[in-house]
Design a protein around this ligand. Sequence first.
Ligand code: C5P
Length: 405
Amino acid sequence: MSALTGQHILLGITGGIAAYKIPELIRRLKDEGAQVRVVLTRGGEAFVTPMTLQAVSGEEVHSELLDTQAEAGMGHIELAKWADVVMIAPASANTLARLAHGFADDLLSTVCLATSAPLLLAPAMNQQMWQHPAVQANMTQLIARGVRAIGPESGSQACGDVGAGRMSEPHQIKAFIIEQLQGSTDKPLEGVHLTITAGPTREAIDPVRYISNHSSGKMGFALAQAAAKHGAKVTLIAGPVDLPTPFGVNRIDVESARDMLDAALAQPCDIFIGCAAVADYRVVNVAEHKMKKTAQTDAPTLELVENPDILKTIAGQDMPPMCVGFAAETRDVETYAMDKLKRKNLALIIANDVSNNDIGFNSEENAVVVLSTNDRVVFEQQTKASLAHQLTRYIASHFHKNFRK
Ligand code: C5P
C-alpha cells in the first residue's frame, strides 16, 4: 500500500508562476495512490491550462462556482465533502487574504468554507509581498485557525528578487501532505472524554461593570481543537471570548468562576485541563442597580471574597480525572509551577513566562515547560495551534502511561 492510497486530495491552484510546477505535484501524488481533483482560480488559469491539469489528474478540472452543470454534479458542497484534505499550491497573497476573511465568491474560497477537511497551504509570492504586514497578519490568522502551511522557501525568484517567497518543491509538498494526513488519522485520544476551561471569567460589580483579565482564550481553544482532532470527545467551557467554536467540540459558555465550576462539575471526564484565567476574587455584594457616582460620598470600596479553585476542586474529587493545569508566571516560573502542581494535586502543569510580551496571554505564539513530579519537557516558541498539537500528544501519552492501565 502506498502512503496516499485511497486518499482524496483537492488541489487548489491560484495565480502564481509556481503553478507551472503543479502538474508534477499531481503526478507524484497519484504515484502514491491518491485521487486528485483540481480547483483552478481565474489567476491560476493564467499560468497553467485546464487541459494539462485534466490530462495529469485524469479528472475534470473545476473552476466555476455558479455553473448549472457543475452544481448538478461535482458542485462546491460535493467537492468539499469529497476531500480528505485541501491543499492550495501555490497560495497567492490574494488567496491568503480571501481565506483569512472568509470570502465565498469563487469556487475555491467557497469550498474552503464548506469543507471539514484540513486546509494546507503552500504560499508563493514576491519576497517583498510575503514580508508585508498585511500578508503576515493574514497568515497568522489562518495558522491560529488551524490551517497548516509549508514554506515559502528562500532563494532566487522568477521576478529576479532573492528572498523568502518561493513555493516549496513538489516533493516537499507531497511529503507535507503525507505527514499531515498521517497525523490526523492517528488518534491517541479516541474514546477519551476531555474537558477544558478557557478564557477569562467575569465577576460582576453591578449590572454593567465587572472584574476580569486579558486572557484571550486562544491557547485553550487551540488545545480543544487539537484534542478533538486527536479523537477526544471534547467539552470546552469558555469564559467570555470572541473566538469561533473549534470543529467537533461541545462548547459551554459561562461568565463567572462559580458558573465555570458548576459547568465543570457537571461534565464527568477522563482528562481535565484548566486553561482558564479564573478571577481569584469576586465582589461580595453585587449591586442590583448601576452604581452612581455621587459628589457627597467617598469613592466606594469593593469588598472581595475568594473564588473557588476549579482545578483543585476537580482534582480533589474521589475518582478524579487526570488533571492538567497552567501556571502563567512573571518570575521563578518553574518553582511556582511545581508548587501549584503539588498544591492542586495535578498530573501535569504547563508553565509559561508571561513577562515576555511575545508569548502567552494575548499573543499568537507561546513557549512552555511541562512539569510533572518526575519529568520536565521544554516546548519551544511556536504558534499556539502547533504548540497545542504537541501538547495534546504529550498529554495523551502521559494519560496512557499513567492513567489508563
Ligand atoms: O491562578 P493560579 O495561578 O493558581 O492558576 C493555576 C491553574 O489553576 C490554572 O490552570 C487555572 O486554570 C486553574 N485555576 C482554576 N480555578 C481558579 C484559579 C485557577 O481552575 N480559581
